[in-house]
Design a protein around this ligand. Sequence first.
Ligand code: COA
Ligand code: AMP
Length: 635
Amino acid sequence: MSYSDIYAAWQGDPEGFWMEQASAIDWIKPPTKALFDEKAPLYEWFADGECNTCWNAVDRHVEAGRGDQVAIIHDSPVTHSKHEITYAELQSRVASLAGALRAKGVEKGDRVVIYMPMIPEALEAMLACARLGAVHSVVFGGFAANELAVRIDDAKPKAIIAASCGIEPGRVVHYKPLLDGALAVAKHQPEFCVIFQREQEVAHLEEGRDVAWHSFQYGVEPADCVPVKGSDPLYILYTSGTTGQPKGVIRPNGGHMVALSWTMKNIYDVEAGDVYWAASDVGWVVGHSYICYAPLLTGCTTIVFEGKPVGTPDAGTFWRVIEEHGVKILFTAPTALRAIKRDDPKGEHVGKYDLSSLKALFLAGERADPDTIEWSQKLLNVPVIDHWWQTETGYAIAANPLGIEEMPVKLGSPSVPMPGYEVHILDEGGHEVPNGTLGAIAIKLPLPPGTLPGLWNAEERFKKSYLTHFPGYYETGDAGMKDEDGYLYIMARTDDVINVAGHRLSTGGMEEVLAAHPDVAECAVIGVADKLKGQMPMGFLCLNKGTDRDPDEIVKEVVKMVRDKIGPVAAFKLACVVDRLPKTRSGKILRGTMVKIADGEEFKAPATIDDPAILDEIKGALSQIGYPAAKAEAS
Ligand code: COA
Ligand code: AMP
């Protein structure tokens, strides 16, 4: 069957389509129907089915005779180590960890925050929660203590599972002290913390609160899989919205398994026994879906890579991993390839490795620029496939479904909508725009199985953020267009979210930090174009009247504040002091115009601008920090 046959089959009978896909997983009690729309516009899938995600990701493969197959390969150039865990080992490790958590009171529905680097124990912790029906919330290691505290206060976990440390090139990330710092400011306190001690840094354990990963498992009875409803939450993953308060995206158990299983076969063209590698981090949605759950649900071998595309030790690392482990599919962010290309423009490292196992390279997380796609295609000689998705959806909205048919690649487009997604391009008033015209990208409700049914503890925010602007649709927050063949082009965000090195960040959140500086009266943060990271945040500060301090000092202080409050991952390094911010007469900051000035693009002063002279002041302040002229020369 072709892509269009399958898409049409879904459109003709969406519920029948998903009920058929549901047979790919083991149900304790099969669902009687697919969609539960009684509370529309809030929807649930497979709500009356009973299942367990850990069973489907681990135990059933052991039962089916795959116990000796490697489930997880940890390849860690930063610690110079590699090791493998089979499905049978994974089963006993996860059952033991789950048993220990249960012995300390963790039950179905309890939340558990996981704060760990790229080690297999992070996946084991996720699976142990899934085994018990507990809801995990993994927090990315590049966030500062304050961001961790915000998530702890929102999720209210009974337990926190953390590692003693992570390793970034050239420095140790002190996870445990960061956790202690977060707990010192969080209002909510967990009943206990489980600490996995790494040999690179052994952390102090707080008597009465912290237990050690190994010793707390001593003598406990391993836990069996606990049945949960298809609509029960598997995890909460916080992602950036327009403010500093992150959105807790809920992922349900049943639909998630069904949808991910469908994508593995139909988008990535993999099956049990294949080696699948998503070079991301468990703290992001790509890590949840394609390092942990989807490969394991499919019976693949997944790679947990603790390193960087360059510098660990060189730009050939990715190719080494592919050769050494026989990787069939590599999934990464375009920024990683841009980093490799910058270090090794001619791709000389590629020639040193046998990449014959590699069948395709998938890219997501940010717009894949045509240059990067063409460079990778030429070098690797396999299809390079851009696909578009979000934390909220958990898997691709648009892709080139390799497992169905390889459709012609159009550079700059993540190809076509996947079954489940009816994508529309709308104008401000919610009317469909003609092909080739830019508009807001919206998806007709209901969203398919596995996508977010809501935000944790924030139903009104969910409705306001996604469902209100275009009634009957989910608003993606992305702008773009469709061409005459139905290919989508994702061009920009319509909100204050920026994408830095494939990491989703809120400029609003950064503005909240800058505004807290005692000398800052007003501020704005925008995303400016960056050759390597796609975008970089840049801050504009207006100082309080009478402030006579050196502006450079203030800039240094706010840079440090963002690093300390949000974390190094914000990569906030650029800021300048201006007298005024450009605004409309109604007081709205003209961020779009500021971006154009910084990027050296043509721009026209908007008709609504309060005082056009401010734009020259902005230009002047930017040129003092090398924008856009010096930047253009550097790239
Ligand atoms: N824990 C702690 N700190 C982290 C971290 C983690 N897990 N991940 C990143 N950081 C830190 C980095 O060390 C860096 O700190 P520094 O300011 O002290 O140098 C900072 O956060 C910014 O990191 P990053 O934006 O990743 O830049 P980089 O210069 O370290 O690396 C790339 C650039 C392109 C190599 C890297 O961003 C990359 O591999 N990106 C791929 C992104 C990806 O996979 N995204 C997932 C979506 S698919
Ligand atoms: P995240 O939730 O972190 O996965 O970020 C989702 C956002 O990243 C999307 O809303 C887009 O803005 C952007 N994005 C992800 N994948 C792509 C892609 N293939 N092309 C363009 N933008 C993308």
